[in-house]
Design a protein. Structure first.
Length: 282
């Protein structure tokens, strides 16, 4: 009973000054079910993950279908890839919360981040997967994909997921929702202002609907692909001659924002099926 009560408080806290997420009929929040879904770390979760068929190229997968893991006072999203890159639910300098919700389309669960509309003490929260060599593609082809729902009224300039920072040794990949609420894939190969390649889809996505975004490095191209990827929903950008776009850094993978303080970018929406794929070992 003590465990259940503590998890319920973590998952369903609503902070003063924050509005609610406007998602129409897309989600059916079930905070009680979310609390019941959290379990102690151990064999029960591992057995459920190991029983799934996962592509060997997938090195990280947050599909929200296994129970959340309560490990002492810490809460984690399990890694369905079987590689144990679980994501720690990490409040920043202002306490925040996340909530497991059901997708109304019947495709399982998803993770709701803090809602837009906050004006005072807005939460900063994310998932942190500790850096590991098998999460770095180096010079190999790789892709990062996820399902996201961006509510109407979202502010834009939101970090969705990243590995590395603008000044990281070893490059960076990052997924953003830009100021015009369009999805953006960033591939950085050096610390200079111009040492990056942006692949930006031109369609705004703050419509309260589910979308699938895939950011990919393939051969001499980087690509952003939204949903079916037709027309303006795909943006392919060539890697400049002489540029080695190698991503190899010790940084953690951050999902949902940087969560480093009130000036850091926060994702205000819902995420599902966060996946990192690497084509082959380096």
């Amino acid at each position: 009973m003590h465990l259940r009560r503590r998890v319920l408080l973590i998952l369903t806290t609503v902070l003063a000054g924050c509005g609610s997420v406007s998602v129409g009929d897309e989600t059916d929040a079930a905070p009680g079910a979310a609390a019941d879904a959290a379990v102690d770390a151990g064999a029960e979760v591992d057995a459920e993950i190991d029983a799934r068929a996962v592509d060997p190229g997938v090195v990280l997968l947050y599909d929200l279908e296994a129970p959340l893991i309560q490990d002492g006072d810490d809460l984690f999203v399990p890694d369905a890839s079987g590689n144990d890159h679980r994501g720690a639910v990490t409040p920043g300098t202002i306490p925040g919360s996340v909530m497991v919700v059901s997708r109304a389309d019947g495709s399982g669960n998803a993770l709701m981040f803090p809602p837009p509309g906050c004006t005072v003490d807005c939460p900063r929260v994310n998932l942190v997967a500790e850096g590991s060599a098998d999460l770095d593609p180096g010079g190999a082809d790789f892709a990062v994909s996820l399902d996201l729902l961006v509510p109407e009224g979202s502010p834009g300039d939101e970090n969705v997921a990243q590995k590395g920072f603008f000044d990281s040794d070893g490059g960076q990949w990052k997924i953003e929702v830009d100021a015009m609420l369009r999805p953006l894939c960033v591939f950085r190969y050096g610390p200079g202002v111009d040492d990056l390649i942006n692949a930006r889809v031109l369609r705004p996505i703050a419509d309260g609907e589910w979308h699938t975004l895939r950011c990919e490095r393939r051969g001499d191209l980087v690509e952003a692909r939204l949903d079916a990827g037709d027309g303006e929903d795909t943006r392919s950008v060539p890697i400049p001659d002489g540029v080695t776009l190698a991503i190899d850094n010790p940084d953690s993978i951050l999902v949902g924002g940087q969560a480093q303080g009130q000036t850091s970018d926060q994702f205000y929406g819902i995420l599902d099926n966060v996946k990192v794929e690497i084509a082959a070992p380096r």
